[in-house]
Ligand binder design. Structure first.
Ligand code: PMP
Length: 323
């Protein structure tokens, strides 16, 4: 779908994926005016296909658009375009229950000019790819690396927007994590280098021995994860106390060592809920609980997966059926 100033959104097309031809002076290639979303479509137990909370992705997309001085897309256009694409590619959709498709809507500045100003033309596109099937047992615990040298986002920056530039800036920290034998990098805040923010593509949760949970607050430098928001609701429905507050890296270590902190997990669309087994950094390592997936981590994961796959009731109206 194209956007031009004065004309708004127009010329929607649906067709086979192919190369994109861009002039070398296309704005996005130089000034990185680009945003994206990531969501999944699932095959439900009754054979139908459904999206999980696409309205939340549409809202976050527009939040990112505002931050990058890009035009907003009507929520219904965002959702209906995704549904049209999935419908068109139906034959290709994994037939098995729990099979899923990863959906990537994105927008680029497409005006041809050199100069630092917002583009007057944009392109909104959606592509899909097959994603791994869901296993209720979940992923094994991961090792994470504390980045000392790099931060992902600064106050007033683009941390809460889902723009390509954030990910470009985080790659070197992920390389460092991998070089140190870890699976993922964990970023601390830029101002004090003390507060745990998030992983490269997942939000963080901390579980204590009294059953309470802490997750870092949104509204600043972290991405407002939709999995995060869903898990907060599910945990509160379980009667657990969830506090959205800052948690310091030193406190994390002290609480893990004293046994006050019993579990930690990361969450996002791609891996749903992933247990964190150990944390490593230049100041040494510490293990979370037994180092394996914690009980509450697995319970919350199963609760969310059951709703997404349509095997549990959906009292929140999160599951949006396509056909
Ligand atoms: N933080 C970052 C930096 C991410 O890229 C993602 C993935 N979109 C998340 C958190 C988790 O967000 P969500 O649950 O909406 O996938």
């Amino acid at each position: 779908i194209k956007y031009s100033e004065g004309q708004g959104w127009h010329s929607a097309t649906l067709g086979p994926r192919g190369p994109l031809t861009l002039d070398p002076a296309t704005a996005v290639l130089h000034y990185a005016q680009e945003i994206f979303e990531g969501l999944k479509a699932y095959r439900l137990a009754d054979g139908s296909m459904a999206l999980f909370r696409p309205d939340a992705n549409a809202r976050r997309f527009n939040q990112s658009a505002r931050r990058l001085a890009m035009p907003e897309l009507p929520e219904s256009l965002f959702i209906d375009s995704i549904k049209a694409l999935i419908e068109a590619d139906k034959g290709w959709f994994p037939p098995v229950e729990g099979g899923s498709i990863y959906i990537r809507p994105f927008m680029i500045a497409s005006e041809v000019f050199l100069g630092v100003k917002p583009s007057s033309e944009y392109l909104f596109m959606i592509i899909c790819s097959a994603a791994g099937n869901y296993f209720k047992s979940g992923a094994p615990a991961i090792k994470i690396w504390i980045s000392e040298s790099y931060t992902r986002a600064a106050p007033g920056g683009t941390g809460a927007a889902k723009c390509g530039g954030n990910y470009a800036a985080s790659l070197i920290a992920q390389q460092e994590a991998t070089a140190n034998g870890c699976d993922q990098v964990v970023f601390l805040d830029a101002a004090e280098h003390r507060w745990v923010e998030e992983l490269g593509g997942m939000n963080m949760f901390f579980v204590f021995d009294d059953g309470s949970i802490i997750t870092p607050p949104t509204g600043g430098t972290i991405l407002e994860g939709i999995t995060r928001a869903s898990l907060i609701e599910l945990a509160r429905e379980e009667g657990l106390t969830v506090r959205e507050e800052n948690y310091a890296i030193d406190q994390w270590r002290a609480d893990a060592e004293s046994g006050k902190l019993v579990e930690s997990f990361a969450c996002g669309t791609a891996a749903v809920v992933t247990p964190v087994g150990s944390v490593h950094g230049v100041q040494g390592s510490f293990t979370i609980g037994s180092g394996g997936p914690g009980q509450l981590t697995q319970k919350l994961r199963a609760k969310l997966v059951d709703i997404q796959r349509g095997t549990a009731p959906d009292p929140h109206g999160w599951v949006d059926r396509i056909n």
